[in-house]
Design a protein around this ligand. Structure first.
Ligand code: PHE
Length: 358
């Protein structure tokens, strides 16, 4: 049976045209001509929508608008119509050709734009993982280090990044015009009272904690610091520090060494060697720096020392009764050693190629 015999049954109810004449088509029974154009349109559109590969589309093209397709044979059959009817039906059929060609082009574009058959889902494809964030490498290192100290009885506290000159310098035995201020190139904050700055180290939190608490004190203080410095592979103008402070009766330099040695073993491994050498910081006496042995070299990783009696007194403590030790280190520097990072500037450049490795 020819295609229009089937469709005729389905579409007869759409038969609303007044021009109804008998048109004889090749190998067909008598079919009303105008209805045939309408029916052909509906069948062609429905078949086009069901074609979802380029192969199916080619079959459709040959079948409907090809040289020997259904539209052509309908036009050929026009010859048997009366002249008036021929004009009307012929115009409708030609309009249909334009319409079908347009729809065909659109369909091709849609099909070509997706390689999968339209409307199909390949359930065997691996799922797409949603992008997920992670902890910044600095944060990871800070957590590792503070946890090591937490386990040794130190409590984590924080202090302000925008700090008063008093805490950043004066309380730490660095009075105005003291040459030690040169150790800390400072970003000053524009303010009415000229005493606000971005803290240059986490040591001001030592003074804040002592001012607000009585001994015994054991704290670690992670946080951002800022220095007005030129940057290079080992210097950034912003970086983190972790400060430590222990104050109590009877604390000695042996406690400092024992605690920091234990820290090094926890972070770098049980056979880690450390070295202490004299160093100067105005807020400790004696002052040291601690190095670790790393690939055959001694690398300095922190400053430390016994809290200077003046610093204890500035906070209102009796320096005959209490002693303590303090230390400060840069977690980015330590992460650079552990993770073989060659440039400290990576930490703050927000480059995912770097960050996603942690
Ligand atoms: N605050 C010092 C610095 O930034 C480090 C330090 C802290 C040294 C505590 C001794 C004691 O360099």
């Amino acid at each position: 049976m020819e295609w229009w015999h089937n469709s005729q049954i389905i579409f007869r109810s759409h038969w609303t045209l007044s021009h109804v004449r008998v048109l004889s088509l090749p190998n067909s029974q008598d079919i009303p001509a105008a209805e045939s154009v309408e029916e052909l349109k509906l069948v062609a559109i429905s078949a086009l929508e069901n074609s979802s590969t380029s192969e199916e589309l080619e079959v459709w093209r040959v079948d409907f608008i090809g040289r020997k397709g259904k539209l052509t044979s309908l036009l050929r059959g026009l010859g048997s119509l009366a002249v008036d009817d021929r004009r009307v039906v012929g115009a409708a059929a030609n309009r249909l050709r334009g319409e079908l060609e347009g729809l065909f082009e659109k369909r091709i574009a849609v099909v070509n734009s997706s390689s999968a058959p339209l409307g199909s889902i390949d359930v065997t494809l691996p799922g797409r993982k949603p992008a997920s964030g992670g902890l910044h490498p600095s944060t990871q290192m800070i957590r590792e280090i503070t946890q090591a100290f937490n386990e040794m009885g130190f409590q984590t506290v924080e202090g302000p990044e925008v700090e008063l000159e008093r805490y950043n310098f004066d309380m730490l035995n660095i009075p105005q015009n003291h040459p030690a201020r040169d150790m800390f190139d400072t970003f000053w904050v524009d303010s009415e009272k000229d005493d606000l700055l971005l803290r240059t180290h986490t040591s001001p939190v030592q003074a804040r904690v002592m001012e607000a608490n009585d001994p015994p004190i054991r704290v670690v203080v992670p946080g951002k610091c800022y220095r007005y410095e030129a940057t290079d592979a080992t210097h950034e103008w912003q970086f983190n520090q972790i400060e430590g402070l222990a104050v109590d009766e009877g604390i000695t330099f042996a406690d400092l060494k024992g605690t920091l040695y234990e820290f090094a073993r926890r972070i770098f491994g049980p056979s880690q060697k450390v070295r202490f050498r004299c160093d100067f910081f105005p807020f400790v006496e004696p002052g040291v720096d601690m190095s670790i042995e790393w690939k055959g070299n001694w690398l300095e990783i922190m400053g430390a020392g016994m809290v200077h009696p003046k610093v204890l007194e500035n906070a209102g403590y009796d320096s005959d009764k209490y002693t303590g030790f303090a230390f400060g280190m840069g977690p980015e520097r330590i992460s650079m050693l552990k993770n073989e990072i060659t440039d400290i500037r990576h930490f703050f450049s927000n480059d995912l190629r770097f960050l996603s490795q942690f």
